[in-house]
Design a protein around this ligand. Structure first.
Ligand code: KG4
Ligand code: ZN
Length: 345
């Protein structure tokens, strides 16, 4: 079964073709980062308009790369939520229109389910059950994953998401958007131990996170002194170290609590190499392994949506899918409320 994946929930147009026998055949991505960076963050209306411009040419490009045509596609998976309403509407309407025209099923995918299952795209891949750390610009969650659609929230942020904290801190340090990769790069020049920042909720006794205090602590540091280029790098490193420490400690506690031996890291912050190194080293000490999607699939992409669609469409859930005569989007959508495919019940 060949699935076309369409991701348009935020500022990246991602398209992919995934075959349930041959795996990922092709994928393309257009990032709107340059356009939004002028404004210091994503401008929703500009994002929607740009998705409209990109989706069809990217689908054509993807088909061309795989040497396939629209008629070869058996089903369409599009991101139905959560995300920016206007941006989601682009993918949902194009996916549904294609489904209607080609007389094939269309399935709406939860963006975070896409992230969560994306490590299964690489080899070696984890097997169910596992703990997932979802760290993106909008979410920071620890999830117990027993199968497709079997997700239980173990803990989440009570305020800012980890990626949001990276982005806001980067802004305080005068770095552009998106701040996460820029801050991580600057941190490479930082002096270890020069500044020590708080580790919010490290000992809270639960698996929740808080990042807004950390950002405020950075603001205080920035205001207290003249910020030379070296001091900026030192603060960036101190921030990254604090965020990574909390994410690592809580992830390991989640592994201990569930008794699972596999941790999957998904979402844009999963691209952070200090987080990767820390988690891998410390998980090893407790006999657990950590799985990361390939870097290109850490941030938003179409491959994870096509793949999540494939997992769902292969189950009996398929029978309930309608041709795309009508569709809706879910800008806010609780991952735990996702329908569990019947063969997983
Ligand atoms: O998953 P994602 O592409 O988009 C959603 O939010 O859904 O995640 C984007 C987030 C941004 O906040 C970005 O700054 C952060 O991931 N990010 C990073 C790194 N690369 C991306 N944060 C820290 N270190 C990185 N290397
Ligand atoms: Zn995302």
């Amino acid at each position: 079964m060949l699935i076309l994946g369409i991701e348009t929930s935020c500022d990246e147009t991602g398209i992919a073709l995934y075959d349930t026998t041959d795996g990922l055949l092709s994928h393309t991505l257009y990032s709107q980062i340059d356009m939004h960076s002028e404004y210091g963050g994503v401008v929703p209306e500009l994002a929607s308009r740009d998705h409209i411009r990109r989706v069809l040419p990217l689908i054509e490009q993807c088909l061309l790369t795989a040497n396939l045509s629209l008629q070869d596609i058996n089903a369409i998976a599009y991101t139905q939520g959560p995300g920016l309403a206007g941006a989601l509407l682009v993918g949902a309407s194009i996916g549904s229109a294609l489904s209607f025209a080609l007389k094939i099923p269309a399935i709406g995918i939860h963006h975070l389910e896409g992230h969560l299952l994306s490590p299964l795209l690489s080899k070696p891949s984890p097997t169910f059950p596992f703990v997932a750390l979802l760290v993106s610009g909008g979410h920071t969650q620890l999830m117990e994953v027993r199968g497709v659609g079997l997700y239980q929230l173990l803990g989440e942020t009570v305020d800012d998401a980890a990626g949001e904290a990276f982005d806001k801190t980067a802004k305080l340090l005068g770095l552009g958007y998106p701040g996460g990769p820029a801050l991580a790069k600057l941190a490479e020049q930082g002096t270890p131990g020069r500044f020590k920042l708080p580790r919010p909720m490290l000992h809270s006794g639960d698996l929740n996170f808080s990042f807004s205090g950390l950002k405020t602590a950075v603001l205080t540091l920035v205001r207290k002194q003249e910020v030379t280029p070296q001091i900026r790098a030192d603060i960036a490193l101190a921030f990254q170290q604090a965020a990574v420490d909390v994410l690592t400690k809580k992830s390991l506690t989640a592994l201990a609590q569930t008794g699972f031996s596999q941790l999957v890291v998904a979402g844009g912050v999963g691209a952070n190499s200090q987080l990767r190194n820390n988690l891998t080293q410390q998980a090893k000490l407790m006999g657990a392994s950590v799985f990361y999607p390939p870097l290109e699939f850490c941030t938003d992409n179409g491959a994870m949506i096509a793949f999540a669609g494939a997992m769902r469409l292969q189950s009996t859930y398929l029978n309930k899918q309608q041709l795309g005569a009508s569709f809706n989007i879910k800008p806010r959508w609780n991952l735990e409320l996702l329908e569990t495919p019947a063969n997983n019940l």
